[in-house]
Design a protein around this ligand. Structure first.
Ligand code: SIN
Length: 281
């Protein structure tokens, strides 16, 4: 595959690939995975996908997740529509996060496809969590390696959580569900090792990381805040601009992301699949 680097800290645009034609090609799937491991973020422009073809492209990378707390597209349970209507104020995914880090086995990857984009704004920021780890001072690395962080979705998808209105049928483009089923906390290494490349990863995010195992909150919160701020700072970030037909895929183990909410009065519609992952070690 022919690529060119994206502007920003990492990632590549892949040229001359029609994803809907490539889906049944095993050699393509293998090459795609290898390229994703290398670049962490891949962007394909001018694709013609719908929910079903996006699902098929997603399967090139593995089994797909059915999100327990987001309403899927009708008839395609693996695909969710992430929509912000022109009259909505709050966007979805607007805090830095790594997909479903509150699962025991969080996502391996995400594919996000732009159906409708605002004239200006609506970009997604992505941060490279391997480079973030590598750039930490040796003293901080020593302090945090071996700690386990707590992740939870309760305050986001649960009763009384940030998305409660969406689960109760508020007029919003992205509907959530299953608020009563949101479970408590899971713990993951704060510094995980990539299961395929062996790289070390700073695995902490603003949306779902809520504490550190065995550490009082008043000590854990400032440490988490410092790490999150470091991990999402400019040297590690790529800003992805969408056009209708853009498909981006990223490795959720080694990146985190955040959707910008700077397009009031305009509509944005994306389709998303999430590829299942394994238990972080
Ligand atoms: C997400 O958080 O998965 C969606 C990001 C976006 O809409 O840009």
């Amino acid at each position: 595959m022919q690529t060119q680097p994206l502007d920003g800290a990492f990632g590549a645009q892949v040229l001359n690939v029609n994803l809907s034609e490539a889906v049944d090609d095993e050699a393509f799937a293998k090459e795609l995975r290898a390229l994703l491991l290398q670049e962490r973020l891949l962007v394909f422009r001018d694709q013609q996908l719908d929910a079903r073809t996006l699902r098929d492209v997603g399967r090139c990378l593995g089994s797909l997740d059915v999100h327990p707390f987001i309403e899927p597209v009708e008839g395609v349970p693996e695909v969710v529509a992430i929509v912000k209507e022109a009259d909505e104020r709050q966007n979805f995914g607007g805090a830095w996060h790594s997909e479903v880090s509150f699962y025991e086995e969080p996502a391996m990857g995400t594919m996000l496809y732009a159906v409708e984009t605002p004239e200006d704004g609506g970009d997604t920021l992505l941060a490279d969590a391997v480079r973030a780890w590598e750039a930490l001072p040796a003293e901080t690395r020593k302090r945090i390696d071996g700690l386990r962080a707590l992740h939870s979705a309760e305050h986001v998808y649960g009763v009384g959580g940030f998305y409660q209105d969406r689960a109760q049928g508020a007029a919003s483009g992205t509907k959530t569900r299953g608020m009563d089923a949101v479970q408590g906390r899971v713990s993951h290494p704060l510094v995980r090792t990539h299961p395929e490349t062996g790289e070390k990863i700073l695995y902490v995010n603003l949306a779902f990381t809520v504490g550190i195992e065995g550490m009082p909150d008043e000590e854990a919160r400032p440490l988490l805040n410092e790490l999150i701020q470091h991990a999402t700072s400019k040297p590690f970030v790529t800003r992805l601009q969408w056009q209708p037909g853009t498909l981006a895929m990223w490795d959720n183990r080694s990146t985190q992301h955040c959707a910008l909410n700077d397009y009031r009065g305009q509509r944005r519609e994306m389709l998303r699949v999430v590829i299942e992952g394994d238990r972080p070690v």
